[in-house]
Design a protein around this ligand. Structure first.
Ligand code: CP
Ligand code: NVA
Length: 343
């Protein structure tokens, strides 16, 4: 008779990806930072996702893997998902989270970022940052001897993209050759999704209004990575054409945190880029709808789509925790304490 643990494991559809070497990634990533998805190789992205599936299916096996490890979260911006998924995540690995509210005083204002890094590294094992300037994150990473993780900057949101592609793997089994379409502002979330999709061999299409396309360096890099993985990255200003034949349609707010002064100007520009039932009808019949959340209901997406049967937004939110647990295990060298990976 099959054991209970075996049956529990079978209940979760984990993509097999047998060629993915989690231990090789663990060796390379121990002590490293995650400022951008471009810090990772394709094999490392695959390993994080594979470990994310393992952690989700078998959380008890990792219960003490980061015993007594201390994580500080220093956030200049508001957060629901990122803060709670990191806090719950490290707690369930045996570690501890300390939240440091920087919303009223940006990092680097009271003392230099380098001095903050040289203090904080004496007490904690990992620094998780949510900032306005991306340079704040890279500067902290350059000065701290402990891993630094980007929990959203104005340029990237790598933890979000890892969880999102883990969610797509869960849904479709593999994302290689999958048509992934992002509709809306070419922002931080869009940048990380483009790089992650390219790393995993998905075909990425980005539909933005003129003047709101993603950063050209990200586009060039994503195209180079995609070419190596047999996929394509396309830009368009036509949301209908972009949605045609997509397996996944993704959108985000058109006014990111810090851009609120542009709300009135942006609203009419982004109206034709709203994800609604008509746009979803252009996609594959089995297409999913995705959003990093928080959503501005009936602005960038209608209630009918956000709450509809194709929406997987809360699976994405759930997987933030599992993907980040995998990331923490790899950056903090915790796998050796998990039975399955020990010795
Ligand atoms: N998606 C996301 O990062 O959500 P929060 O801003 O609530 O953390
Ligand atoms: N692009 C959004 C994402 C929020 C999770 C922002 O930066 O505000």
């Amino acid at each position: 008779m099959a054991s209970k643990a075996f049956l529990e494991r079978q209940a979760v559809a984990i993509p097999s990806h047998e060629d993915v070497d989690i231990l090789a990634a663990a060796e390379r990533l121990a002590g490293e930072d995650l400022c951008s998805i471009s810090d990772l190789t394709s094999a490392e992205v695959r390993a994080i996702l594979k470990l994310g599936h393992e952690v989700k299916a078998n959380p008890k096996e990792f219960r003490r893997a980061l015993d007594a490890k201390q994580m500080v979260l220093m956030f200049e911006k508001a957060s629901l998902r990122t803060r709670l998924s990191f806090e719950a995540g490290i707690n369930t690995l045996g570690g501890n989270a300390i939240f440091f509210d920087q919303t009223n005083s940006p990092l680097g204002e009271r003392e230099s970022i380098a001095d903050v890094a040289k203090n904080v590294e004496r007490w904690v094992d990992v620094i998780v940052l949510r900032t306005y300037a991306h340079d704040t994150i890279t500067e902290m990473a350059a000065n701290a001897r402990v891993p630094v993780i980007n929990a959203l900057s104005d340029f990237e949101h790598p933890c979000q993209a890892l969880a999102d592609f883990m969610t797509l793997e869960e849904h479709f089994g593999s994302v290689e050759g999958l048509n992934f379409t992002y509709v809306g502002d070419g922002n931080n979330v869009c940048h990380s999704l483009m790089l992650t999709g390219a790393q995993l061999g998905a075909n990425v299409t980005v539909a933005t209004p003129r003047g709101y396309s993603p950063d050209i360096e990200i586009v060039t890099l994503a195209r180079e990575i995609a070419a190596k993985n047999g996929s394509e990255v396309k830009l368009t200003q036509d949301p209908q054409a972009g949605a045609e034949g997509a397996h996944a349609i993704y959108t985000d707010v058109c006014v990111s945190m810090g851009m609120e002064h542009e709300s009135t100007k942006r609203a009419p520009i982004f109206r034709p880029f709203q994800v609604n039932e008509a746009l979803m009808a252009r996609a594959q019949a089995n297409a999913v709808f995705m959003h990093c959340l928080p959503a501005r209901r009936n602005a960038e997406v209608t209630d009918a789509v956000l709450d509809g049967p194709q929406s997987i937004v809360f699976d994405q939110a759930e997987n933030r925790m599992h993907a980040q647990k995998a990331l923490l295990l790899l950056l903090l060298g915790g796998l050796k304490n998990a039975e399955r990976f020990a010795g």
